[in-house]
Design a protein around this ligand. Structure first.
Ligand code: UGA
Length: 434
């Protein structure tokens, strides 16, 4: 088993650290944010991710997972360093901000005490890991092999995705293959597919995967609008489309548009890279974000078209998807902004996990409720924006007694339509209008 240091305790870093510890490695997670490290030591997880708290607790209890903000301590006797710091979009030029990554690498070089491999899990622009290799070759006293190993886990199912990925991409020199095989020995034994490739290939696999998935979502959202206009049965259409194995069912769920900290950011970066490389045809890649922005506007317009009066609108769901507390680039927040700009005065919101983060963005522009039933009191229209399980099994009779006008617009097609109709609600879903 290996000694592993993980730099950065965001979704990717913390999940990777906890999972690798669970697979038997000795893992130390570090972060410059001392408050976060103190909290983690007390088993307070900085974000909501199903089963992560239990996994962290289990592995800290048996001393296989530790937290420190002292990097030299973390780097003592390590064979593998994993860098999972953020690479947010720089608002000035739309490019990925690599300052956290460069700082982390400088620190690693400064404090390293032996040869090691440095695995970059942060999503970085094509060519970054080659540049980092040159940099460490020129500055480090020890051999430091840079490996690009992009992560494909999704928020909400992160532990499962880390443990059971469709593939693992290893970009870099094969000199360190034995360390990689030791790190991922469990994955190897289970027959998970490994791709050994160049660093730049690994980097582009990450960007093109996210761009492709975002394109699928944008595509099905455009088709969903078309099906509404042409009165085509959307559910059957999706079923028929997805049953073509070349297309597949995954990422064909229509919704209010995609969001999160990855798709929008990575699309911006891949389009920038095409421009920097003077590619004349980046039409499709450019159109994905545009289509998504239009989707969100279209949904806001649909709401304004159907809102029965200027009474209270109930918003169910603020996170960009279910099973996370993350509201970054959430379509719900964008839709709310559109509605507020169009003179909708009273919005009452409820989300099972995203309220605290949403409050930081929306402040007192909207009202907040502790339960979906409270949010629906005197409501003229209920809008379901996030696909939380809680919204799939609403007590429609109870809800009917609370609302002013029984009207629901489901932007994820998850509610029990029949139950709502039987309780006297008017129901609009994506693709249908009853
Ligand atoms: C995405 C990728 O799926 C991961 O593989 C990748 O590791 C991650 O970005 C990243 O780069 O870190 P994530 O942002 O957690 O993961 O969420 P997804 O499940 O991909 O969903 C993204 C957005 O698309 C959400 O707003 C979701 O609601 C929307 N979506 C997804 C749909 O509207 N319909 C679908 O069928 C699927």
């Amino acid at each position: 088993m290996l000694n592993v240091a993980v730099i950065g305790t965001g979704y990717v870093g913390l999940v990777s650290g906890a999972c690798l510890a669970d697979l038997g490695h000795n893992v130390v997670c570090t972060d410059k944010d001392t408050q976060k490290i103190d909290a983690l030591r007390g088993n307070a997880i900085p974000f909501y991710e199903p089963f992560l708290k239990e996994l962290v607790e289990k592995n800290t209890d048996i001393n296989r997972l530790k937290f420190t903000s002292n990097l030299p301590d973390a780097l003592r006797d390590v064979q593998v360093v994993i860098v999972a710091v953020g690479t947010p979009t720089n608002p000035n030029d739309g490019r990925a901000n690599l300052s956290f990554l460069n700082e982390a690498l400088d620190d690693v070089v400064r404090f390293l005490c032996n040869d090691t491999i440095v695995i970059i899990k942060s999503t970085v622009p094509i060519g970054t890991c080659d540049i980092l290799q040159k940099k460490v070759d020129n500055t480090s006293r020890y051999k430091c092999n840079i490996i690009s190993n992009p992560e494909f886990l999704c928020e909400g199912s992160a532990i499962h995705d880390f443990m059971y990925p469709d593939r693992i991409i290893i970009g870099g020199s094969l000199k360190s293959k034995h360390w990689i095989e030791a790190l991922y020995s469990d994955h190897l034994q289970r027959g998970i597919k490994f791709f050994y490739t160049s660093r730049t290939t690994a980097e582009l696999v990450k960007y093109s995967s996210n761009a492709f998935l975002a394109m699928k979502v944008a595509f099905i959202n455009e088709v969903a609008s078309l099906s509404e206009k042409t009165e085509v049965d959307l559910e059957t259409l999706i079923d028929a489309l997805g049953s073509d194995s070349r297309i597949g069912y995954k990422f064909l769920k229509p919704g209010p548009g995609f969001g999160g900290s990855c798709f929008p950011k990575d699309l911006e970066e891949i389009v920038n890279v095409t421009s920097h490389n003077l590619l004349s045809n980046n039409i499709l890649l450019t159109a994905i974000s545009h289509s998504n922005t239009e989707r969100i506007k279209e949904i806001a317009d649909n709401i304004l078209d159907i809102v029965p009066d200027f009474g209270l609108i109930t918003i169910l769901g603020l996170t960009y998807k279910a099973n996370t507390c993350d509201v970054r680039a959430s379509p719900a927040i964008e839709i709310i902004r559109h509605l507020l700009a169009r003179n909708i005065k009273r919005l009452k919101c409820y989300d099972p996990r995203g309220m605290a983060n949403a409050k930081k963005i929306l402040g007192n522009l909207v009202e907040y409720s502790e339960s979906l039933y409270d949010a629906a009191l005197n409501s003229s229209l209920i809008i379901v924006i996030t696909e939380w399980d809680e919204f799939k099994n609403i007590d429609t009779e109870k809800l009917r007694c609370l609302v002013k006008i029984p009207y629901i617009y489901d932007l994820r097609n998850i509610i029990n339509q029949q139950s709502f109709l039987s309780s006297g609600f008017r129901v609009k879903t994506l693709g249908t209008f009853a």
